[in-house]
Design a protein around this ligand. Sequence first.
Ligand SMILES: Nc1nc2c(c(=O)[nH]1)N[C@H]1C(S)=C(S)[C@@H](COP(=O)(O)O)O[C@H]1N2
Ligand SMILES: [Mo]
Length: 313
Amino acid sequence: MFVGRRPGWRLPDNDATPEAVFWSRREALALTASAGFSALARPQRSQAALPEYPPHTSRFGLSQPLTAEKYATSYNNYYEFDSGRARAPQAGSFKTKPWRVVIDGLVEEAQSFDLDDFLGKVPLEERLYRHRCVEGWAMAVPWIGFPLKVLVNLARPLGSAKYLRLESFMDPETAPGQKQFWYPWPYVEALTIAEADNELSFLVTGAYGKALLAQNGAPLRLATPWKYGFKSIKSIVRLSLTEERPITFWERQQPQEYGFWANVNPDVPHPRWSQAWERLLGTDERRPTKIWNGYGDYVASIYATLDKEPLFK
Ligand SMILES: Nc1nc2c(c(=O)[nH]1)N[C@H]1C(S)=C(S)[C@@H](COP(=O)(O)O)O[C@H]1N2
Ligand SMILES: [Mo]
């Protein structure tokens, strides 16, 4: 019998919410959901399911229901397209194929490749992850993708590399938000090497059993579920290993409010609101925020020697 340690984000089959059950429950709840959602911008609808993608009912699970797909794909945050409430890109004109990705900086072998070519070679898996936006809403999504370290290790980082900088696309013609010159475009995020190497750090190419939709960050976005959602950078075109700590998009824009670390903590309020509670997207439920968004068993050790850093901002 296999008695290896089972990661907490991986539950036995019978713990994962069966899609049909969760759907009927969420559809019922949707009838009572507030009118706010009906006013949202029309999101890009489903692309064809990709046969090579793992099935919905994977062995990765959570102890809470998934967020209904229609909320996770319509209540979005994507400033390149819309800084308003809906924030779903008018995705029709956003071309995510072909998509080139570069990995460079302090590496032995910089690479530039077509994402589809790369995805033909890397095994994809499904993970049910919680997501906590710094603004107080939360969701749980069945992402499809592969561990971030798979891509980073391809380029063989040098010993001098201390950070991974991730950069989104730049194209103000298709992304009108990028004409708002007061933002420091392109969107940039960063992790330490230890964070990027952590098993939870995941590059996402799909969700809900399908190719990722533009509003969720197609064709390649990050998921670091123990950090506030703004770390989960969308539509990545470049990953660079650096020695200096990169200044991230929100840190550059509003350093009093947003820092580099952005780890979830109910006890450290945002300067303008409490982080003690979170609102579950698509429901009327509120529940207490968990430190590290509930993923402390996997990530707290990264920070054991960093107690002088502002880890929760
Ligand atoms: N490039 C880019 N990535 C981004 C953002 C953005 O505006 N631009 N918003 C971030 C924020 S604040 C959150 S909460 C999540 C939202 O992801 P979702 O729309 O898939 O829920 O994306 C993050 N990644
Ligand atoms: Mo967010």
